[in-house]
Structure formats: C-alpha cells, structure tokens
Design a protein around this ligand. Sequence first.
Ligand code: NDP
Length: 350
Amino acid sequence: MTESIRRIVLASRPSGAPTPSNFRLEEATMPDLPDGQVLLETIYLSLDPYMRGRMSDAKSYADPIPIGEVMVGATVSRIKQSRHRDWRQGDIVVAYSGWQTHAISDGSDLRRIDPAVAPISTGLGVLGMTGFTAYAGLRNIGRPKPGETVVVAAASGAVGSVVGQIARIQGARAVGIAGGADKCSFVRNELGFDAAIDHHDPDFARLLAEACPDGTDVYFENVGGAVWDAVRPLLNNFARIPLCGMISHYNDGAAGKSTVDRLPASMKVIQQRSITVRGFMNVEFIDQQPAFLEQAAGWIADGRLKYREDIVDGLENAPSAFIGLLEGKNFGKLIVKVSGEQYSRPMPAS
Ligand code: NDP
C-alpha cells in the first residue's frame, strides 16, 4: 500500500480572527526521494503567532502563504529516509516542514538535536526559536542590571516565560503579566517571577503599578494594546523596550476590530523619558544561538530555567489550537503532536 501525506493548507485568507474554514486538511501521495535529499517525518509541529501574518497578503517581512499551499511552521522531525551524505536515517532534527506529516529537505534548513539534553519537543520552545528570542531580546536590547525591574507581557507563554527567568538569573526583579489566575499562579509560583498580574482584572493598571514600586526599567513587549497602556505610565527614564511582538493586534485589519490611536501618548512618553524602543527579529542575532543553546541547557539542568508545553494531539487539531493561541487559550509553548515520538529522553544511568 502506498503511504500518503496528510497536510493542512491555507484554504482562504482570514478577515479578522481566523476561522476553521480558512484551513483545509488534504491527503497527497508520498513523493519519491531525489538524490541529495532527506524524507522527514513530523513528530512535533510548532504553532506560533507569526503564522497569522503569513495567512494575510498584507506586505510584511515574509511572503504570504499562497492560497492552497501548506501552512508554514517549524517541526521536530525524524529522518525517515536519507539520500544525503550528511544526514542519517533516524536523526532527530528541527526542520521547517510546515503543517504536514512528511516533507522533503535538502538538509540546508535542518538543525540536529540531541535527545539526551532534554525532551525533543523543547527544540521548538525553550531550546528553540522562542527561547532564543527571549534571550536575544533581553541580552541585546533589554540589558537588565541587577536590581532593575523587568516587566514581561504574555509571561506564561513561550517567549515571556523565558524572559522573566533569565532576568532573574541576571539579578533583576521580574514582573509578569498574564491572562487569568492559573497562568499568574504558574508565573509566580512555578517560574519564580517576583510578581504576576492578571490583565483581565478590572483593576489591572493599579495592581501592576503596585507590583512595580520603583517603576519599570525594561519592558519586554509581546502584546501591545491595553497591556501597553498599563505599562506606559510606569516606565522610568532611560527604560529599554525590546519590541518583540504585538499579538493583541494580529487580528486587526480592514474587517477586524477598530484600534485606538496610541501613537501620540506613546511618542510623548518615549521622548520625555528618553526611552529606547528597539524592534527586533530573532534571526538578526542568530550568531548568538550556539551560546544560547549551551547556556540554556545548563540552566535547565540546574533547575533555573523551567518550561511548560501545551501539547495538542493530532495534526487535524492544529487549526483550532492556532485559533485558540490568538485568544490566549494556550498555556505554555503550543505544540502539536503529529506522530508518535520515536526517541524519548534516555533514562539516567543508575
Ligand atoms: P505565547 O506562548 O505567549 O502565546 C500567546 C499568548 O499571548 C497567549 O497565550 C495570551 O496569553 C497572549 N495574548 C493573546 N492575545 C492577547 C490579547 N489580545 N491581549 C493580551 N494578551 C494576549 O506566544 P509566543 O511566546 O510564541 O509569542 C509571544 C510574542 O512574541 C508574540 O507577539 C509573537 O509574535 C512574538 N514573537 C516574536 C519573535 C521575534 O523574533 N520578534 C519570535 C517569536 C515570537 P495570556 O492569556 O497570558 O494573555
């Protein structure tokens, strides 16, 4: 029997929040493997906020996904078959296979991961793109000093959870902002932030101000919108803002929700308090990735860097999980388990 591929393609472009009808599950025939290439079997698929931008045809830093094409995304994959001299069957790699069960690669976009270091799913989160984003934004832009206050938006999530923990490792105070009591309890009690404030609380702005008695020296921006409104008055002179993302605006657009004009208030505070706002893409700092991976693996091993993964079972559930990500329904790094994990962490020697 010929094996087939299952894949999720972009069926139509969303107007505002994505809906299930924007996606389509398809089956296709397994392609033949050309010389010099490898056949990848997806074990885990990463779901990330940037995918919302790729579903739209608005001009951006990356090309839109064409209608009918496979949704893009990073994966942890197993090399099922190799006709490439540098890659062996059975290797576990981080790849960019997209929302599908199998893909072919020439090897240039693969990064080998060592299943002995941590569970392989971490190659998409704490030891992957999101963990590195946190490290790069804080190291190059936030640059917290011991005793300073670092406020982190979306603090229970993939990027934010790592930002606050690294800030604490560096001797700063970490104040997280998250949606709901469970996420705040996790941020405070499991991740060890100094405080965690619920942005759904009607008293959010006052509670955040109370948690920052010395103001805010670094604000790691992941969200924008009402969260930015509450942080803005707390910013100290010479505060630094790594502008990583603005997820609360990703579903805005022609038919999306109307937006408040925050420009004058934002520019005023930036100018009058000599604040540095620096947008960034993690790839700018990619030469720092090996140093990050080494350091982060050490922090995980000694218990200073904790992580939480929200693993959804089955490729067919990727669209609803992704829609939920943009509504705050995920709790930790959102990952889809696409096929059985063939390589789990080896048992420690007794
Ligand atoms: P998360 O794991 O943090 O998941 C997204 C979280 O955002 C949700 O769980 C929710 O948390 C919060 N959220 C969603 N909608 C809203 C809203 N309307 N208002 C307030 N909070 C909201 O995602 P990531 O860690 O992967 O991404 C975090 C940010 O980092 C995103 O903006 C993303 O685009 C950006 N990013 C940027 C990169 C770069 O290179 N610049 C690379 C990777 C990510 P809660 O329930 O707590 O509100």
